[in-house]
Ligand binder design. Structure first.
Ligand code: PLP
Length: 377
């Protein structure tokens, strides 16, 4: 029986050629020429003036939160349903993440809840696009403008995706992305900050490089990190970027095959195909179990694993994270939709390399699990 991992990278372009060039020319650290090329080409693809390549999407978020000046006593509004990388820089800065629940059809932040969370301590909104459908950007931009807030945009899951024809990654005062191996464009590990603001770009460049100052080397005015991306990573990232539009088309086709195959399967909510501002890019293909006989996502995942189908559970919400509860955050907070989907949501294989026949096979195995569970009732 063929095993289907939840995600596999595809190297069908210039990856080997560019890596060979790194070795031949001896540029393997962050000083090499691919870093600059990758920054220029990625930032251009998302219509931004500056791209600052870093070692991960999490590192990019650390830098973004520091660069916009979040500090002790500040509040940042962000989704409850996301990865911990979004909340940890806010907490480390001595600020408070203020959580908003998500919408059950797109899993994105429920924008209608934002305004009532704004206080005189609110400094920024962290907007995160989740799983393939963009968040409602215009409403968030309007709120940020109305209340004089900074906007950080997390477009880690949105390579090749547009909101009303404008690329994701183009909306924040500072935006970030990730090039982790499960992303549509990968450098193995990696990330980038994108901005049009010269001062923010300059600060972000210093923060990623220990706050070195070219004029007075080894004398540091602030604390930064070594969050540099290597030339080797940028070489792979650049080759992947050359395939971004092709990969995005393939992913959308895989999503369409799944929707066709799984439509009407009892007890499973399928992802939205499109809404008024975007067409799903299917970074992942999420399933939400909405009938109790299918059990939790963890139980369902075990049955699929036994049938050779790899899955991942959904994010675990921020207000349920033991680390934050121990620190005194989010006491007694309830975000019902995030709680439900984190328990009953999982995503299934959706690599660029999948053929229609693979999608049919995986879907049949899912239908088998569902019918076995129904038979047990
Ligand atoms: C929305 C989002 N933000 C940030 C990150 C963190 O990126 P990285 O894994 O490169 O640190 C991820 C990771 O998958 C993500 O999905």
């Amino acid at each position: 029986m063929k095993y289907y991992p939840v995600s596999e990278p595809s190297f069908i372009g210039n990856e080997k050629k560019y890596l060979q060039q790194c070795i031949d020319e001896g540029w393997i650290s962050s000083e090499g020429p691919f870093v600059d090329q990758f920054e220029k080409k990625y930032s251009k693809a998302v219509n931004r003036k500056h791209g600052i390549a870093v070692s991960s999407g999490s590192a990019a978020l650390d830098i973004a939160i520091k660069a916009i000046g979040i500090g002790a006593g500040d509040e940042v509004i962000m989704p409850a349903f996301t990865i911990i990388s979004c909340a940890s820089p806010i907490v480390r800065a001595g600020a408070t993440p203020v959580l908003v629940d998500c919408d059950q059809s797109t899993y994105n932040m429920d924008v209608s809840q934002i305004e009532r969370m704004i206080t005189n301590k609110t400094k920024a909104i962290l907007l995160v696009h989740i799983y393939g459908i963009t968040a409602n950007v215009d409403e968030v931009l309007a709120l940020a403008k109305k209340h004089g807030l900074r906007l950080v945009e997390d477009a880690a899951e949105m390579h090749g995706q547009v909101y009303k024809s404008r690329p994701c990654g183009s909306f924040g005062d500072i935006s970030i992305t990730s090039f982790y191996a499960n992303k549509l464009v990968t450098s193995g590990e990696g990330g980038m900050l994108m901005t049009d603001d010269d001062a923010l770009a300059n600060t972000a460049r210093k923060l990623r490089n220990l706050y070195f100052d070219n004029a007075k080397r080894f004398i540091h005015d602030e604390l930064g990190w070594n969050y540099r991306m290597t030339n080797l990573q940028a070489a792979v990232g650049l080759a992947q970027l050359e395939k971004m539009d092709e990969f995005a088309k393939i992913k959308r086709r895989i999503g369409e095959y799944y929707l066709k195959e799984l439509e009407g399967v009892d007890g499973i909510q399928l992802p939205v195909y499109q809404n008024e501002y975007c067409k799903n890019i299917f970074w992942v293909f999420p399933l939400l179990l909405n009938k109790s006989y299918l059990g939790t996502a963890v139980e369902f995942a075990k049955l699929l694993q036994a049938k050779g189908v790899g899955t991942r559970p959904f994010f675990w919400p921020m207000h349920k994270q033991p680390v934050f509860l121990k620190m005194g955050f989010f006491k007694d907070e309830v975000h019902p939709i995030s709680e439900y989907i984190s328990e009953y949501g999982l995503y299934i294989p959706c690599s660029v390399s999948l053929l229609e026949s693979d999608v049919i096979e995986i879907s049949n195995r899912i239908k088998m699990v569902v019918s076995e569970l129904k038979d047990k009732l």
